[in-house]
Design a protein around this ligand. Sequence first.
Ligand SMILES: [Zn+2]
Length: 171
Amino acid sequence: MKAELNHCHAALSSGSLSFQNVKTFQTTAVDASASDDGVLVVHCSDPRYQPHFQSFLRQGLGIPRYALLAIPGGVQALTLTDYLPKFAWSGWRWMKFLTNLTSPRRVVLITHDDCRWYLDNRFAGAVNARDLQVEDLRRVGRAFRERFGDINVELYYAALEDSRARFETVS
Ligand SMILES: [Zn+2]
């Protein structure tokens, strides 16, 4: 009898864990009064880095919520004003929209190691990728200050280390 009950309980538990059987999902509460709305983040869409970016922003930098532009290559689109002007125009249009929406006092720009966008499109080779990506971060950081005035811009470089990622400040 006991074994039967345990079996039944186990079946119920595993069933309730499957989201496919549930019609709705409710997240845990977020403090909407947090005064961190004025943060704008740009980073790459690479799926390997998403949990690490979120962890870094929330736990590492203490930002509970932020406006986000996540596109392949991150800030790289914003550097292409000469090479692919329409591409760059869209990127800066989105930045202007988010800046108007959130009046950010803090902008966080993150690039990462082994970025397939840079490598697969031959914007960079494996040897010079890091230098080029860091230079792009700095260029876009300067452009943010020129376009949107007195904004605190922070630059970071992330690299995977096994199942974790390490974030370094870029000055
Ligand atoms: Zn990437």
